[in-house]
Design a protein around this ligand. Structure first.
Ligand SMILES: [Zn+2]
Ligand SMILES: [Zn+2]
Length: 156
């Protein structure tokens, strides 16, 4: 689980400088299940740390990603979203409002690459269900979600 303390420790281990601004970014990610974009995170941090620069937030996210402490997802084209939950899990994306929900559990036992046919070795996979959340009428709608699988290289 991502915690600010853990991120601070990783920064120390890799001889990176710890500043109050960076700690504010760590805190904003703690327990954050909204899969924010860098801009979302900047806006929420800027409310508590006026004057923090966009570059600080963006660079901190980039460093955390390099360190494997947050995961980057591309649920939508040309749009990066970050998840401090790096444990294997799946997602539901509402194609109306863009909200992303974590999916834990479920049966994904049959998701496999065709054996030996790709010049590729998958270390992990993540399934994204595309559909409509309850707020956008998902429960009332009879439309079925589209399923797409994304593979991610792990940082092992
Ligand atoms: Zn929605
Ligand atoms: Zn997630």
């Amino acid at each position: 689980m991502f915690t600010a303390e853990h991120a601070i420790r990783r920064y120390r281990e890799t001889r990176r400088k710890i500043t109050p601004q960076r700690i504010a970014v760590f805190r904003a990610l703690e327990g954050n299940t909204s899969h924010p974009s860098a801009e979302d995170l900047f806006e929420s941090v800027a409310r508590s740390v006026p004057g923090i620069s966009r570059a600080t937030v963006y660079n901190t996210l980039e460093t955390l990603r390099e360190l494997g402490e947050v995961r980057e997802y591309h649920f939508q084209a040309d749009f990066r979203q970050f998840d401090p939950n790096t444990a294997p899990h799946h997602h539901c994306l509402c194609t109306d409002c863009g909200r992303v929900h974590d999916v834990h559990g479920g049966d994904f036992g049959t998701v496999r690459l065709p054996a030996g046919r790709l010049p590729f070795r998958a270390d992990s996979f993540s399934v994204t269900f595309y559909g409509h959340c309850d707020r956008c009428g998902g429960a009332k709608s009879s439309r079925r979600g589209r399923v797409a699988a994304h593979s991610h290289s792990s940082h092992m």
